[in-house]
Design a protein around this ligand. Structure first.
Ligand code: NAP
Length: 531
């Protein structure tokens, strides 16, 4: 499809590229004889991009020619972007979610910038080279662009020391097998695993420096300072809606998010109960919400809140800067629940997955088990079936708790269900080969062969910051509030799944709006704080 400048997103992209001073050469390697379908995809991709901007200049290569060899490219389809300026390779085509990273990296190279925070650049400056970063991604994984961008920016910032390869797992199953990358994103520096999942930017650089995944990052004391009326922690539906309402109420507001924007919704294959949109991919709904929120409020992505200190104003310390704020809204959502059975941790990323949207494509034509009986499990099972995975649902009871509509869809698709069955062990050495099921009535065990296990057994509230602050939690571990989203600590508010309740997108957005209106009311009746 040829892009038209009537589309506002395309127009915006054109304007952005119009402003960059440099052209960006991109070498594309295809093999029309052996892979005509991939070649067609690559040609369509080049035509689409060329229709958006003349600043990206493609050089099309057929087969592994001298340029390919010089650039270290031994397979197709593949891309090398501005090879004179940075060592950046894509193995596979940057379509789907990865089209974002391609556009972003082209804009950075075109502008002669690297887009890194000062904190990250300091760590990068300490890292000796050369280092080869490999980020394994899939085109449907909403977590992947965040991680890929860290590695791409590193390659732009340190062209002599950092080589970055973005490797699509479907196009490069042999590499995925060699590295054991059955879950994405997965990141290696040389041969060491440095990240499983998406990391906040500075944590990525700390992991790159350490050569192993890091959990904690302490920013330098000269971190930037920002003053606001309200800091919202979390950019899921609750946080994004609160941002819109707070800004419209006149509060200077910032939203901070460590993971993918949109929270759980970003990885929901399809949403069918958000009023006004009868059937929409979760990621699309997120994109619409984020674009709307950005009209009102800045979002600080890839940044993690480390601590919140009481005072007037409150201090919110992140991996990158310090915010001084009159109020804080916790919209931190929930973390997926684990089964806690043998094999789950060992085989995480090797067939054990919590995200069918991200990892499902690797199992097309293979067998997978989905564990759980709620809306998530059924939605994931349906998604996997639709993309061609041979899927079986395993549930510990004899009936599902998922909504009727989803249960009927499951029956309609004739997805087999193992009732009254609990997964007690996940089997496999290098990767998942099956599970051991126990019958919940008789305790009898049986083995079921499977290439993957998708775990969808619910979510636990993300209350780390709430616990640090000593907020009152309810009996189920959710943050307690007064009905108007005020927590037990004046100045701290809550909205969304971390507060429990029905845990629907629409209830999260409702609570986000209510929280922002309460905060606006409280702050206008309170004395202004001296910043
Ligand atoms: P959920 O509703 O809490 O369901 C979790 C499922 O996992 C239950 O069936 C539960 O079994 C099972 N389970 C829990 N622990 C287990 C264990 N250790 N071993 C085996 N099975 C276990 O979680 P969810 O499906 O992730 O949904 C979370 C929230 O998001 C819900 O409020 C849901 O309505 C909402 N959601 C809505 C939609 C939608 O409306 N389309 C889509 C996704 C999620 P039991 O049934 O025996 O307890």
């Amino acid at each position: 499809m040829t892009p038209t400048s009537a589309d506002p997103t395309i127009r915006q992209l054109q304007e952005l590229f119009d402003r960059v001073p440099h052209t960006i050469p991109v070498h594309v390697f295809v093999d029309p004889v052996r892979s005509p379908e991939n070649t067609r995809l690559a040609d369509d991709f080049m035509a689409t991009v060329t229709g958006i901007t003349p600043k990206i200049v493609f050089h099309r290569h057929e087969g592994i020619d001298d340029t390919a060899r010089r650039l270290g490219i031994d397979r197709t389809p593949a891309l090398a972007i501005a090879p004179e300026r940075a060592h950046i390779r894509y193995f596979g085509l940057p379509l789907g979610e990865e089209s974002r990273t391609f556009i972003e990296v082209a804009l950075l190279l075109g502008a002669g910038k690297d887009g890194l925070s000062a904190q990250s650049r300091k760590i990068l400056d300490r890292i000796p080279g050369p280092k080869r970063i490999r980020v394994f991604v899939s085109l449907t994984c909403p977590y992947c662009p965040q991680q890929a961008l860290h590695a791409l920016r590193a390659a732009i910032a340190a062209p002599d020391r950092i080589h970055t390869e973005i490797i699509d797992i479907q196009w490069n199953q042999d590499l995925a097998e060699r590295y054991g990358a059955y879950s994405v994103p997965q990141t290696y520096a040389d041969e060491a695993l440095i990240g499983q999942g998406a990391q906040a930017e500075e944590l990525f650089f700390a992991s790159l420096e350490a050569g192993a995944p890091q959990q904690i990052f302490i920013p330098e004391s000269d971190a930037e300072e920002v003053r606001t009326d309200l800091v919202i922690v979390g950019a899921g539906p609750a946080g994004l809606t609160a941002g819109i309402y707070a800004a419209r109420s006149g509060l200077t507001t910032a939203i901070i998010e460590r993971g993918p924007l949109g929270g759980q919704v970003a990885t929901t294959p399809v949403v069918e109960n958000y009023p006004g949109l009868s059937r929409v991919p979760g990621k699309t709904l997120v994109d619409i919400m984020v674009a709307h929120a950005l009209e009102y409020v800045p979002i600080f992505p890839h940044e993690e809140v480390l601590a919140i200190a009481a005072g007037s104003p409150w201090t919110v310390r992140t991996t990158r800067r310090r915010f001084f704020t009159r109020a804080v809204l916790l919209a931190t959502g929930a973390r997926y629940r684990r089964l806690d059975v043998p094999g789950e941790t060992r085989l995480a990323g090797r067939g054990v997955s919590y995200c069918s949207t991200c990892d499902g494509p690797l199992y097309q034509g293979k067998r997978a088990i989905v564990v759980g009986g709620g809306n998530s499990a059924v939605t994931e099972a349906l998604h996997l079936k639709h993309i061609g995975v041979d899927v079986t649902l395993v549930h510990r009871r004899d009936r599902l708790r998922a909504h009727d509509h989803l249960v009927r869809a499951l029956e309609h698709e004739a997805i087999p269900v193992r009732w009254n069955s609990q997964v007690v062990e996940i089997l496999g050495q290098e990767k998942v080969t099956g599970v051991v099921l126990a019958d919940t009535g008789t305790n009898a065990t049986s083995q079921v062969a499977s290439d993957a296990v998708f775990i969808a057994v619910g979510y636990d509230p993300e209350t780390t910051l709430a616990r640090q602050l000593g907020l009152r939690l309810d009996d189920n571990g959710f943050i307690a509030h007064d009905g108007a989203q005020r927590t037990s600590l004046p100045g701290i508010y809550v909205a969304g799944d971390v507060a429990g309740g029905f845990r629907q997108i629409v209830t999260a957005t409702g609570a986000g709006a209510a929280a922002a209106l309460t905060i606006a009311q409280d702050l206008t009746t309170a004395m202004p704080t001296e910043h």
